[in-house]
Design a protein around this ligand. Structure first.
Ligand code: GSH
Length: 205
């Protein structure tokens, strides 16, 4: 039985879809994640950053959404959510999972939490503008890599597609982000993920 510290529209969404895909028994602990707002006390003990997801697996508590997805996919190889070690697609899979987390996610962070990355409100606008451009550059690069592809890595659906889908749901035109219309290849894969029964179930559909 897994336990997931969860918040709507957060990086924990990817973990939840993965848990559904592997058909695992799990429960969720809902926590606030608003800037400066309260967090579940247990979350703060497990991840002093105050971020979700945190996944509990027995005595092990894990954070970082990409790492959790790789961990779960490897632990349940029968579900085929990640290429196995030795599979030629394993390297590109790991590269993309890390890139999504340490490059694309950070561009979102800069637009959502500008105060963490600059000295005061005078700089917010310039930081926001530049990070929105950065989002456009990074999504453009990913979109080009997806040209002609059915799925992100290899020939089958997997954890990288789930992360891609999640990251498209964070685009917010009100914040000046680009829209998915600019990235048709990424949009195609994200839409295919959105139609999966597991994803529809997470949305209560
Ligand atoms: N690198 C972490 C980032 C997690 C993260 O930033 N989670 C956000 C929600 S998407 C959060 O908990 N934010 C609350 C905060 O930053 O205070 C991961 O991929 O798991």
């Amino acid at each position: 039985m897994y336990r997931l510290f969860y918040a709507e529209r957060s990086a924990a969404y990817s973990t939840r879809i993965i848990l559904e895909e592997i058909g695992a028994a799990y429960d969720t602990v809902e926590t606030g994640i608003a800037p400066g707002g309260p967090r579940h006390p247990e979350l703060m003990r497990l991840n002093p950053n105050g971020w979700v997801p945190v996944l509990i697996d027995g005595d092990v508590a894990l954070n970082e959404a990409s790492a959790i997805s790789i961990y779960l996919a490897d632990k349940h190889p029968e579900c085929g959510l990640a290429p196995a070690a030795g599979d030629p697609a394993r390297g590109p899979f790991l590269s993309w999972m890390v890139y999504l987390s340490n490059t694309l996610q950070i561009a979102y962070q800069l637009t959502y939490y500008p105060y963490r990355y600059c000295d005061g409100e005078d700089h917010y606008e310039s930081l926001r503008r530049r990070s929105c451009e950065r989002l456009r550059e990074i999504w453009g690069l990913i979109d080009a890599a997806l040209e002609g592809r059915t799925w992100f890595v290899g020939e089958r659906f997997g954890a990288a597609d789930i992360h891609l889908h999640m990251l498209t749901t964070w685009l917010s035109p009100e914040r000046g982000h680009p829209t998915m219309d600019e990235f048709p290849n990424a949009r195609r894969i994200a839409s295919a993920v959105a139609e999966r029964p597991t994803v529809r179930m997470v949305h209560g559909l």
